[in-house]
Design a binder for this molecule. Structure first.
Ligand code: SF4
Ligand code: SF4
Length: 412
C-alpha cells in the first residue's frame, strides 16, 4: 500500500507533512538527489542478520562493533523520532578513458571514489539540510551520519523508500540505480514516513554469477573477507587466488554493480565535483610505485580512495602489473623485491615477477631468495621461481621435440 495516498477520510496534512513536502521540494538545491523519511523505530530484523554475519566471519572489520548502536537509532540530546535518508548520484562512465597498453598499463579506481571524496559531499548536503530545518524548527535535535557505520545506511535508505536492497547488497533506486552515495540524519521531528520501494531483483542473479571471488554468498549476503573491494583496502599479504582475481583494480570493485540490469544506461554527470579525472581514476601503474607520501596526497588526496594511505594502492599496482604480465615492469619489480622495506610489497613483487617471467625475472627471484629473511616473502618468491623453472623446462622440452620432429620430417 502506498502510504502517501490520501483517502478522502484521511486527516489533513500535519505541519510535519508540510515541512516534509517543503524539504523534498528544496532537496535538489541543497545538493541532494533523492530524499526519504522513515521512523526512528529500531531495525529489529537487522540485529540477528548482523549477528549471523559476524558469527560466519563475514565482517570486514571496518564496521561499528556495537550491534545495538547499528540497529537502534539514537540522539545524544533528544528523543529520536525520525530518520531522513539522502542520496547523491554519481557517474558510472568516464568520457574518453585513457587506453591501457603494453608499456603503459593502467589501474582502475572504483566509481565510488571518483571525483571529490563523497564524505565531504554528503556532509555538506546534510549540513545544508540541517540549516534548512533549523530555520523552520529552531529547537529540532538533529544528528547527521556519513559512513560512520553507526546505523546501517542501506537499511535506513531501504526503509525510507530511496530504493530496494539488491542481491548485490547495494540499494537500487528506481531512478538512479545503485550509483548513489547514502547519508542519513536522525531527528527529533516526527516526520511521517515514506513507503519503501516495491521493486526487487526478481529471478535475476547476474551479480552473484559475475562476482570474481564468490563473495556474494547468497542474495544480499556478502562475505566481506572475500570481497575484492575490501581486499584492495587491506595492507598485508594476499593469497595467490585473490591476487589473480584483483586484476588491475587499485581500489574497490564495481563488477556486481556494472552487471546489474537496473543500472543499464545510468550515469550521473550533473555534479562537476564528482566527475572523474582520468589520470587519477585510471592511472598509469608504474609511476604509482615512485610516489612519495606527499606526491600520493597531491594525486589521490581528494579521493575517498586515499583513506588507507598509499600502501594498499601501491601493493595493488604491483599485483596489477603482474596480472598484465607487463615486461616493462621487471626492472622496477626487481628493485622492489630486492630493496623495498615493506614485506607485503616484496611478496607482491615476487608474485608479479613469477607471472611475468623471462630471464631477468628469474634472476631477480633467485637473488631475492639468497637474502630474503621474511618467511611469507620467501614462500611467494619460491613458488614464483618454481613456476618459472617449470615453464623453462617445459619450453626446453617443447624445443627438443620440435627439433626431433623436424629431423624426422627431413629424413622421411
Ligand atoms: Fe564481488 Fe566485487 Fe561485488 Fe565484492 S564488489 S561482491 S568482489 S563483484
Ligand atoms: Fe538484483 Fe540482478 Fe542487480 Fe543483482 S544484478 S542486484 S540480482 S537486479
Amino acid at each position: 500500500m502506498n502510504m502517501n495516498t490520501q483517502s478522502p477520510y484521511a486527516p489533513p496534512p500535519s505541519k510535519w507533512d508540510n515541512l516534509k513536502a517543503e524539504i523534498k521540494a528544496a532537496a535538489a538545491e541543497l545538493g541532494i538527489d533523492d530524499i526519504g523519511f522513515t521512523t526512528a523505530d529500531p531495525f529489529l530484523y537487522l540485529k540477528n542478520i548482523l549477528q549471523e554475519h559476524r558469527d560466519n566471519g563475514y565482517e570486514s572489520g571496518f564496521e561499528e562493533p556495537d550491534l545495538e548502536k547499528r540497529t537502534v537509532p539514537a540522539l545524544k540530546n533528544g528523543v529520536p523520532q525520525s530518520i531522513i535518508s539522502i542520496a547523491v548520484a554519481y557517474p558510472s562512465k568516464m568520457e574518453n578513458p585513457p587506453k591501457s597498453e603494453p608499456g603503459a598499463r593502467r589501474g582502475i579506481l572504483a566509481r565510488a571514489s571518483w571525483g571529490r571524496d563523497y564524505h565531504h559531499v554528503l556532509r555538506e548536503a546534510l549540513a545544508k539540510l540541517e540549516i534548512f530545518i533549523r530555520e523552520r524548527v529552531p529547537d529540532a535535535v538533529m544528528e547527521s551520519m556519513v559512513d560512520t557505520g553507526v546505523l546501517v545506511d542501506r537499511a535506513v535508505a531501504e526503509r525510507s523508500g530511496i530504493g530496494f536492497s539488491g542481491k548485490n547488497c547495494s540499494i537500487i533506486s528506481p531512478k538512479w540505480g545503485s550509483w548513489i552515495y547514502l547519508g542519513e540524519m536522525v531527528t527529533s521531528i516526527p516526520f511521517p514516513p515514506d513507503a519503501p520501494v516495491e521493486e526487487g531483483c526478481g529471478d535475476c542473479t547476474k551479480c552473484i554469477d559475475a562476482c570474481p571471488t564468490g563473495a556474494l554468498v547468497g542474495p544480499g549476503q556478502l562475505n566481506a573477507q572475500a570481497c575484492i573491494s575490501y581486499l584492495t583496502q587491506t595492507k598485508g599479504f594476499l593469497s595467490d587466488e585473490y591476487m589473480t582475481k584483483i586484476g588491475n583494480r587499485l581500489y574497490g570493485c564495481d563488477t556486481c554493480q556494472i552487471v546489474c540490469p537496473k543500472n543499464r544506461g545510468k550515469s550521473w554527470n550533473h555534479r562537476p565535483e564528482l566527475q572523474p579525472d582520468p589520470e587519477v581514476v585510471k592511472p598509469l601503474l608504474l609511476p604509482i610505485l615512485e610516489l612519495s607520501n606527499r606526491e600520493f596526497k597531491e594525486k589521490f588526496g581528494t579521493s575517498s580512495a586515499a583513506w588507507r594511505g598509499k600502501k594498499p594502492i601501491q601493493r595493488n599496482a604491483v599485483i596489477a602489473l603482474g596480472n598484465f604480465k607487463e615486461a616493462a615492469a621487471v626492472p622496477k619489480l626487481t628493485e622492489i623485491v630486492l630493496r623495498e622495506p615493506r614485506p607485503e610489497m616484496r611478496g607482491a613483487a615476487a608474485w608479479a615477477l613469477g607471472r611475468i617471467g623471462g630471464a631477468d625475472a628469474l634472476a631477480a627471484l633467485k637473488r631475492s631468495l639468497q637474502g630474503e629473511e621474511d618467511t611469507e616473502v620467501r614462500e611467494l618468491a619460491q613458488a614464483a621461481l618454481e613456476k618459472l623453472e617449470k615453464l623453462e623446462q617445459q619450453g626446453e622440452q617443447d624445443k627438443q621435440s620440435k627439433l626431433l620432429q623436424a629431423e624426422g620430417d627431413g629424413q622421411a
